[in-house]
Design a protein around this ligand. Structure first.
Ligand code: TYD
Ligand code: MG
Length: 460
């Protein structure tokens, strides 16, 4: 008889303890530790150990022995195109054979739709297997029919056992396997419910091992919890090769696909899709939609160039400065960092004597884009000044640049490319950091270099 014993596992980081405790010593989270039953004959780290075995086999010649790095075969596996150039770019240039990709996102973000469309497009040139654990075969078939996808050569199974999936995929030998979703899958020999820490972790480890052994590319769907992290332990992100998140923008029409981890390419790549009644459509020129501005100019609005992964993106930034009715003025920023807004307000006060201490300040990046780099500092200050003095900025003016604590304007990476992109989109004036200004302005755009925040006031 197998003996059942239990361990206590942290749902945030996956750390294990022999008895319950309130706080996890590994990650410091409170109330994340819960009891998990394991049978004696399934070794605690079965999946992880199996994955380690698979990886050592993958290394080639010497098994687990020691070898020279220079002797390892550099044969680069050809990448498979997903049929979506935006998706390929996020993955670093296409799907790599034997790689494991985790697709995260809120319910309704379109993960199943994206993968179904990808699989159907791929099926025209390769073998694919779509395993659904959440929807019935009919539901998937109906959706594919409604989206008018080519389904003739798509193989599909409704299955929730990882062991069965590996057996099925082993006999089908597809180039790409989709598992929707990892949270409903279970692994034999693990007692806890599907979706629990140990099931998710062992399931992912088993699929990773399978992918490395067979060279089949595996896509796993993973759900996201309320605070935006992937449900299940962090270990899920450790064992996969790529982790991408599909996010819905504010107005729910656009979806951004963002890469968080990529062993085969750059991170922070962003792909943009539009959700239409015929499924997800690629948006090849995202600047055009995020910059869909009205003809008349309004104070407090300004276009800026941000850098997303490997390309520039033009978005509109809006600021509203309004006298506050209460003693404690509000500061709210949507799409940019709230702390950075407070910092910039202090810089403006201290170095340019621009006091917004009795004003409410609201910042919004149009289109639900999240700006995570510092090049939005200069446009943000310009928008604040423009809103405060009710003076509109010409609609063909664009800006970017970082602001330091001493009031200096600092250069940002890829300055030239940003200016060229702005010129291409029809802008004729660019306010840029002095060190980013090219010696000769590109055709059709006047470059205005700035060194200090005080100069921004003269421009408006
Ligand atoms: P789905 O792929 O089921 O989301 P997930 O698997 O991430 O939970 O997408 C469902 C959402 O997409 C749903 O809210 C409806 C919308 N949708 C469309 O607007 N058009 C379509 O053609 C499809 C298939 C879905
Ligand atoms: Mg789904």
């Amino acid at each position: 008889m197998t003996k059942i014993k239990s361990v206590y596992v942290c749902s945030a980081c996956g750390a294990r303890y022999p008895r319950w405790q309130g706080q996890c010593r590994e990650c410091g989270e409170w109330n994340t530790i819960s009891e998990v039953a394991v049978s004696e004959n399934s070794a605690p780290n079965a999946g992880a150990k199996a994955a380690a075995r698979a990886l050592s086999g993958f290394a080639g010649a010497g098994g687990s022995g020691v070898t020279d790095l220079s002797l390892i075969d550099l044969e680069v596996k050809k990448r498979i195109s997903s049929g979506f150039s935006e998706f390929d770019r996020v993955l670093g240039g296409g799907i790599v054979a034997g790689s494991v990709v985790l697709i995260g996102g809120n319910p309704g973000a379109g993960k199943s739709t994206l993968l179904l469309q990808t699989v159907c497009r791929l099926s025209e040139s390769r073998k694919v297997l779509y395993v659904t654990g959440e929807e019935s075969l009919q539901q998937v078939a109906l959706r594919a029919a409604r989206l008018k996808l080519p389904t003739a050569r798509v193989r599909i199974a409704a299955e929730t056992s990882i062991d069965n999936i590996c057996t099925l995929a082993g006999s089908e030998q597809p180039a790409v396997l989709v598992v929707d979703s990892i949270q409903v899958m279970h692994v034999q020999g693990i007692e806890s419910a599907p979706g629990s820490v140990s099931q998710v972790r062992e399931g992912a480890a088993a699929l990773t091992q399978f992918a490395k052994r067979t060279g089949i590319a595996v896509f796993m769907v993973g759900h996201v919890t309320k605070d935006g992290t992937l449900a299940g332990p962090k270990i899920l992100e450790h064992c996969v090769d790529c982790s991408v998140i599909l996010e819905a923008a504010n107005d729910m029409r656009f979806r951004t696909l963002r890469c968080q981890k990529n062993r085969f390419g750059a991170v922070n790549e962003v792909g943009v899709f539009a959700m239409t009644d015929t499924g997800l459509k690629e948006v090849k020129n995202p600047s055009a939609i995020f910059l869909n501005r009205q003809q008349e100019v309004a104070p407090g609005s300004l276009a800026m160039v941000v850098w997303e992964g490997t390309r520039p993106l033009l978005v509109e930034l809006q600021a509203l400065v309004d006298s506050s009715a209460f003693g404690n003025p509000r500061r709210l920023s949507l799409g940019t960092d709230q702390n950075r807004l407070s910092m910039l307000l202090s810089v403006l006060h201290r170095h340019a004597n621009f006091n917004l201490g009795d004003q409410d300040v609201f910042i919004n990046v149009v289109g639900g884009v999240k700006v995570e780099e510092t090049s939005s500092d200069v446009p943000l200050c310009l928008a604040l000044i423009s809103s405060y003095y009710s003076k509109a900025v010409d609609r063909r003016t664009i800006a970017f640049g970082e602001i330091g604590l001493t009031g200096e304007i600092r250069p940002v990476p890829s300055g030239q490319e940003r200016i060229y992109e702005a010129a291409k989109q029809g802008f004729n004036r660019a306010i840029v950091p002095y060190d980013n200004a090219p010696r000769h302005s590109p055709e059709g755009i006047e470059v205005i270099p700035v060194r200090r925040v005080t100069e921004l006031f003269d421009l408006i």
